[in-house]
Design a protein around this ligand. Structure first.
Ligand code: PGA
Length: 263
């Protein structure tokens, strides 16, 4: 953890939970807080929950009351227009989203989102006033071929070229594909090396402003392994899938990274 960047812990619910289940989860969390489960100090860690697009508006007031950010999982470029099925950053912000995941490997793989599309979405998110969490990462085969840095370089450079000026809201998540949903997280020192590399790429373009950009790790993060990432200077938080879906595993994660309740 760095002293200058506020760490971020984001829950990516993917295509899980109905609207009713999403609302029930956040209500249950609120009930625990009312019963004495101390939320971390917002200065200590920023929390964000990313439900399905359908659940954004219904959970928005509940998360807001907890001081927790609301993230979408994808966006389309533009604001409003003839884009059947599209949900723009403008519409997400209007539904009170504060963050948006961009270029998750599942979007890249299942929806064919290439680097250029991901880059345009990252720029559109910033233009809409959202904090983009841009995902980069290599496949198992690329890793074994020693191509990790080459792959993430191409992915991140495309984004940096599309974003017009240094912007501290840009957040990058290093998510090696082989670590996602496999229970086989990266070693913190390997993830940290890639995070440092990513920051150097930002610095190449943005100079000292790169020091404010947060770089997260994602891939099989649990309460049991999160501290290894949290304690790495180059890593500024985590993007969590599976372990964010159940109340107990989510609260355990939050408590692990923020053990001291506010006085
Ligand atoms: P996981 O997912 O924590 O279930 O590995 C992470 C992600 O895909 O963002």
């Amino acid at each position: 953890m760095s002293a200058v960047r506020r760490p971020l812990l984001a829950a990516n619910w993917k295509m899980h939970k109905t609207v009713g289940e999403s609302v029930a989860f956040v209500r249950e969390w609120s009930r625990r807080v009312a019963d004495g489960w101390a939320l971390p100090n917002a200065a200590e860690v920023e929390l964000v929950v990313c439900p399905t697009a359908l659940a954004l508006a219904p959970v928005a007031p509940l998360l807001d009351a907890l001081g927790v950010g609301l993230g979408a999982q994808d966006l389309d470029v533009g604001s409003e227009g003839a884009v059947t099925g599209g949900v723009s950053g403008y519409l997400l912000a209007e539904a009170l989203a504060t963050h948006v995941i961009v270029g998750h490997s599942e979007r890249r793989r299942l929806f064919g989102e290439a680097d250029g599309v991901v880059a345009a979405k990252a720029a559109a998110a910033l233009a809409a006033g959202l904090t983009p969490i841009v995902c980069v990462g290599e496949t198992e085969a690329e890793r074994q071929a020693g191509e990790t840095k080459r792959v993430v370089t191409g992915q991140l450079r495309a984004v940096l070229e599309a974003v017009p000026a240094a912007d501290a809201r840009l957040t990058v998540a290093y998510e090696p594909l082989w670590a996602i949903g496999t229970g086989r997280g990266a070693h913190p020192s390997d993830a940290s090396e890639v995070a440092s590399w990513l920051r150097a790429l930002v610095a190449e373009r943005w100079g000292a402003a790169a020091g404010a950009v947060r770089i997260l790790y994602g891939g099989s993060v649990t309460a049991g392994n999160v501290l290894g990432f949290w304690q790495a200077d180059a890593i500024d938080g985590a993007l969590v899938g599976g372990a964010s879906l159940e109340m107990e595993s989510w609260l355990a994660l939050v408590r692990t990274v923020a053990p001291t309740p506010p006085a």
